[in-house]
Design a protein around this ligand. Structure first.
Ligand SMILES: Nc1ncnc2c1ncn2[C@@H]1O[C@H](COP(=O)(O)OP(=O)(O)O)[C@@H](O)[C@H]1O
Ligand SMILES: [Mg+2]
Length: 359
């Protein structure tokens, strides 16, 4: 088994900087997601680890071994692509067997490994079918099976679930978590879906425009997002982000925006009065009581709760949640309260750092 280390890894494509000075250490056996919006450099990072792209500078290690110049076939990794990349003319069994055949393993050993992987992924009944005779979810499992038979040091997965419908995606998330627990292998998983990253990972590496923003366990990323971008990317409905001003009095720090003045928790020494952004998770906007006033703009009933969008004074909008039994009326004037112990304060700009002292 092996972990993975990126040291100051940069990747330029004809003058375009796709990945910028990436430092990332993935522990042996860890499940790490690379998460970020489209174009932020996730696939490029994974392809450099696979040996399908070469870094412009920096070092990549698998275990202790520097792999910058090691061809893909000798890196002891297996990659699963979004497109599955199955051979249409081969049966499921032959598809899974193929990488072993290429490595020259004897037939009996190949059969045994395929049977074991097929059993693990519930593919045994399907071994004689062609990919075209399978559902999307089954094809994805075959692609996984083909990686599994190789028993690599590191599994690389690039958005493997994004072609599946929502229900199957949920099911496959659970299967992958179980598979990781069983195999205990290092897995690097690329996704733009924060829910996948949150539910499956030991740690999440969040990227924006080729730049790593935060690398931390899911709950840490949720509770203490490193900056405004991370805060906006993690959680649904997303965190309320309100631009305004930070000021300090004898009573402590305050945040002010048109129609809203709020005390905020202790901030770092580096916090300065002036432009700032307030972050409030919808679960910390409490409706039906409190001394702030708003108008209900929208109510979405999801079944077990309601997502409520409020128009607050000064043109700001806030999203809150209520239990399913508490359904506000559209256009209703409503009192609300913000849990000021739970708010986040960010510096100005998209990557304005979180200023709370507990970070
Ligand atoms: N072979 C390439 N040539 C030029 N630009 C590329 C190439 N591959 C990726 N890029 C660019 O690098 C950036 C990162 O791409 P990618 O790693 O695929 O992003 P992600 O997987 O996060 O969506 C994008 O702007 C993309 O257009
Ligand atoms: Mg990609």
């Amino acid at each position: 088994m092996a972990g993975v280390t990126f040291s100051r890894v940069r990747k330029e494509f004809a003058g375009f900087l796709a990945v910028e000075g990436l430092d990332l250490t993935i522990e042996e056996g860890e499940f790490v997601s690379l998460l970020g919006p489209s174009g932020c450099g996730k696939t490029t990072t994974l392809r450099m680890l696979a040996g399908l792209e070469f870094p412009t500078s920096g070092e990549i290690r698998i275990g202790d071994r520097l792999v910058n110049d090691v061809p893909p076939g000798q890196r002891d990794i297996a990659m699963v692509f979004q497109s599955y990349a199955l051979y249409p003319h081969m049966t499921v069994g032959r598809n899974m067997e193929y990488p072993l055949k290429k490595r020259g393993l004897p037939k009996a050993e190949r059969k045994a490994k395929v049977a074991k992987a097929a059993d693990m992924l519930q593919l045994t009944e399907l071994l004689d079918r062609k990919p075209s005779q399978l559902s999307g979810g089954q094809q994805q499992r075959v692609a996984l099976g083909r990686a599994l038979v190789r028993d690599p040091q590191v599994f690389l997965l690039d958005e493997p679930l994004s072609n599946l419908d929502a229900k199957l995606r949920g099911y496959m998330r659970a299967e992958l978590v179980e598979l990781h627990a069983r195999l205990g292998r290092t897995m690097v998983y690329v996704t733009h879906d924060q829910l996948e990253a949150m539910t499956m990972s030991n740690r999440i590496a969040i990227m924006l425009a080729g730049d790593l923003q935060q690398f931390a366990p899911p709950q840490e990323v949720y509770r203490r997002p490193a900056n405004r971008f991370v805060a906006s990317f993690i959680g649904t409905p997303s965190m309320n982000l309100i631009d305004g001003q930070l000021s300090r009095s004898d009573a402590g720090w305050h945040f002010t925006s048109p129609g809203l003045t709020l005390p905020v928790p202790a901030l770092r020494d580096s916090a300065k009065a002036g432009d700032a952004c307030l972050g409030v998770r919808p679960e910390h906007v409490h409706l039906g009581h409190g001394d702030l006033q708003a108008k209900v703009q929208l109510v979405e009933q999801t079944g077990h709760e309601n997502i409520v969008v409020l128009d607050v004074a000064g043109g700001n909008r806030l999203t809150g949640r209520t239990p399913s039994s508490q359904v506000p009326q559209m256009s209703e004037a409503i009192n609300y309260r913000i849990d000021s112990d739970q708010v986040h304060v960010f510096g100005p700009g998209d990557t304005g750092a979180r200023l709370n002292a507990d970070g």
